[in-house]
Design a protein around this ligand. Structure first.
Ligand code: BGC
Length: 459
């Protein structure tokens, strides 16, 4: 690709990569780390493809110096990783574990030495097991425990960390973990899972306050969003898609950005104590969006079931997820629809107007499972195509006035893709799980050129 073909971004646009603790660290029993909901979940037969677990994953806990070098070579400005709560507080409450904190000291200091801004997420789904056994996110107390934990990490790292993310994707944890039972803790509560959404949002708000009181600034959240399209313009499809849109998107964004839940969800939500919404909508410095693809939704269909990430979902719901046909697909079978990314961002601007802080894209990427050829090269052109097209779509949204400050690609390296185990590869860097050999893919070199080009030629 010639340089002129790269999408154009402002020269101070922030370029990054993302990962998460349970997906890469391994060392689940080392140095006093306590078990998390995911350790318990992966041990249950049949939960994870191929019986994979995160016990070793990318062995990042030991190989982080090599991973920092790889990021330095890539030229990223920032690295989004997550702290493992149960490495820092093994029981999710009470005393912190010095060895856990020291691991993150080494990581943060190593990143700073390499000129990369550490951008940690406090919680990326790996709930300390003791808290999960006490009800996890269905229990309001977990939000209070999260605030204590946020205070601990804020006090320890605010001198060195200049960008913070409270929680990753409350939507995925609520809907996949407590609603559909595909992720830990594996509960299939349907609409009864929605209290978990409220407690995660409350934890976010309490976490923002705790971080600020510990001297931390530049705080956001990483919420996942995708455009919802109705299967047809028939009244029942439009209504069903509207309800799904509220459950997948607006229940998680409206309270934070507008201080209220969507009215249509009132019948499904618990009574909200006075004061909670004021905590949840405390001003943020920026809003993080994770986005992969749009969703097609229609009225419920009888006798059918929808396939989500390879799992059948019970269709006794007031909507049904439909196949979006006519688009290329990733190896995870997710449709590739870059224009929907522009539509999503324009929709945010239209919905929230002045209330919308600057946006960072905290995740975007594709599962493309190409491995090394005989010469050891990983020619993952389809990841380059996906990323290029989504960056063009992002640039179009910015051109139309959406204030986006940075982009974190998911992911730096192949890793434990939750229920799909190691079967889906999202990395710019290939991991050989037998040898732990890291091989930068063609997409790594493409992203490296894009970053250089953007810094040299940006607007
Ligand atoms: C999550 C990541 C995950 C990625 C791809 C996001 O929902 O935050 O942990 O690996 O999507 O599925």
């Amino acid at each position: 690709m010639s340089q002129q073909e790269f999408p154009t971004f402002p020269s101070d646009f922030l370029w990054g990569v993302s990962t998460a603790s349970y997906q890469i660290e391994g060392a689940t029993r080392e140095d006093g780390r306590g078990p998390s909901s995911w350790d318990a979940f992966v041990a249950q037969p049949g939960r994870i493809s191929n019986g994979d677990t995160g016990e070793v994953a990318c062995d990042h806990y030991h190989r982080y110096p090599e991973d920092i070098k790889i990021m330095k070579g890539l030229g990223v400005d920032a690295y989004r990783f997550s702290f493992s709560w149960s490495r820092i507080q093994p029981e999710g409450k009470g005393a912190s574990n010095p060895l856990g904190l020291e691991f993150y000291d080494r990581l943060v200091d190593g990143l700073l030495e390499a000129g990369i801004e550490p951008s940690p997420t406090l919680f990326h789904w790996d709930t300390p097991l003791e808290l999960e056994q006490d009800g996890g996110w269905m229990n309001r107390d977990t939000a209070e425990r999260f605030a204590d934990y946020a205070q601990i990490v804020g006090e320890r790292f605010s001198d060195r960390v200049s960008r913070w993310i409270t929680i990753n994707e409350p939507a995925a944890l609520t809907l996949m973990g407590y609603g559909a039972g595909i992720h830990a803790p594996g509960l299939a509560l349907g609409f009864d899972a929605l209290p978990a959404a409220h407690h995660l949002l409350l934890a976010h708000g309490l976490g923002v306050a705790a971080l600020r009181s510990a001297g931390a600034g530049n705080i956001g959240i990483a919420n996942n969003h995708g455009v919802t399209w109705p299967a047809s313009m028939a009244e029942e499809d439009v209504q069903a898609a509207g309800l799904y849109d509220n459950i997948a998107n607006w229940i998680f964004a409206d309270p934070i950005l507008a201080g209220a839940y969507p009215e249509v969800l009132a019948p499904f939500l618990p009574a909200i104590p006075d004061g909670d919404l004021a905590i949840i909508c405390a001003p943020l410095d920026w809003y993080g969006i994770n986005s992969y693809n749009p969703t097609l939704v229609g009225a419920p269909t009888s006798g059918q079931s929808a396939l989500v990430d390879g799992h059948r979902i019970d269709q006794s719901l007031p909507f049904s997820l439909r196949e979006l046909e006519g688009y290329p697909r990733t190896d995870f079978d997710w449709p590739v629809v870059p224009a929907a990314f522009t539509e999503l961002l324009l929709g945010f601007k239209a919905r929230y107007g002045e209330k919308l802080p600057p946006i960072y894209i905290t995740e975007n990427g594709a599962a493309i499972n190409d491995g090394p050829d005989r010469q050891g090269r990983v020619a993952d052109q389809r990841r380059i195509d996906y990323t290029d097209a989504h960056l063009q779509a992002l640039a179009a949204a910015m051109e139309a006035g959406v204030d986006v400050r940075g982009y974190f690609h998911w992911s730096l390296m192949d890793n434990f893709e939750w229920a799909a185990g190691f079967s889906q590869r999202f990395g710019l860097v290939h991991i050989d799980y037998q040898t732990q050999r890291r091989t930068p893919k063609d997409s790594y070199y493409w992203y490296q050129q894009l970053i250089r080009h953007s810094k040299a030629n940006g607007i």
